[in-house]
Write a protein that binds this ligand. Structure first.
Ligand code: GDP
Length: 285
């Protein structure tokens, strides 16, 4: 899904989220494991204060496993519970169930002290567009789950998905707006295909990508495209265009075709698994 945000959208999304958050115990926040910083909006920390917090590092199948581990430790050190997943796969869903109970331990114990037994934990999924919220809800809830009807105190139309006797999930995810006013964030979101490519044109985007791969993942372009690596991103694009026979009608090298190819193969994971930002860059969350 590609999207465009306007201030009106953000105000509405924020207001909706404030209402929904009142109904829940736990926020399940999805981030993209390739860009855990740029794919989150820290406003959720203010909106969700006093709530239990679980971060799902999604699309971990496309991310650099070692760096995912570093990010995971980083988020845990900030007090979040963390699970790394591929939302399209059932693997990891059991771990999430267990982590939800762990994250909500205090609430469960408080209930028990008050004589309330078996009140399910209520959770909602949040994240920026395209991060995998719907995919996750589908996989996590599966077919076996029953949707419960409207409940007292719940906005009309809101539905809860009963996952098991312990957990209920709000069926509509909360949409967070990305912080794309920050150029670096915009670039990274564009690289993973989360915002319209028009922030930068495809040629520029590909050159930025090549620069990142050359400096952070030496050898990867050589492996993928069978080209010698140089520090010059334009030269790299030229070599790739040649190798992959990206040519215009007049048989000239077509840089734009090569740029589209490089971006496409990066996004789909064909080039490899990459994480293009680290907590040590000082991007506090
Ligand atoms: P939403 O806008 O947050 O609800 O995102 P979607 O659930 O629609 O997912 C956006 C795209 O990402 C879809 O094409 C999904 O198939 C894909 N996707 C979601 N989760 C994963 C994942 O863990 N790994 C990979 N490779 N793709 C995923």
């Amino acid at each position: 899904m590609q999207f465009q945000w306007y201030p009106g959208h953000m105000t509405k999304a924020k207001r909706q989220m404030q209402e929904d958050i009142k109904l829940i115990d736990l926020i399940i926040e999805l981030v993209d494991a390739r860009i855990p910083f740029s794919s989150r909006n820290p406003d959720i920390d203010e909106l969700g204060k006093n709530k239990a917090r679980l971060i799902l590092m999604n699309k971990a199948d496309l991310a650099d496993a070692k760096k995912t581990e570093i990010w995971s430790e980083y988020f845990q050190s900030k007090g979040y519970f963390v699970v790394c997943i591929d939302a399209r796969s059932k693997n990891g869903m059991k771990a999430i169930q267990n982590t939800i109970m762990e994250a909500c331990k205090e609430k469960i114990e408080r209930d028990r002290r008050r004589g309330i037994k078996n009140r399910p934990v209520r959770a909602m999924v949040v994240g920026i567009p395209n991060v995998g919220k719907s995919t996750f809800i589908n996989t996590f809830a599966g077919k076996a789950c029953t949707k419960t009807g409207n409940k007292p105190g719940v906005t009309k139309g809101k539905q809860w998905i009963r996952l098991n006797k312990n957990v209920e999930l709000l069926d509509t995810p909360g949409i967070l707006w990305p912080k794309f006013e920050d150029q670096m964030v915009g670039l990274r979101l564009a690289l993973i295909g989360s915002i319209k490519d028009e922030i930068l044109n495809t040629d520029e985007l590909a050159l930025e990508l090549l620069k990142i791969l050359l400096s952070e993942y030496a050898g990867v372009l050589k492996n993928r495209y069978d080209v010698e690596e140089t520090d010059d991103a334009v030269k790299m694009l030229e070599l790739i265009a040649d190798k992959r026979n990206c040519r215009s009608k007049g048989n000239e090298l077509d840089y734009s075709k090569a740029a589209a190819l490089v971006i496409d193969e990066f996004r789909s994971g064909k080039t490899g698994r990459f994480t293009i930002e680290m907590p040590s860059e000082g991007q506090g969350v």
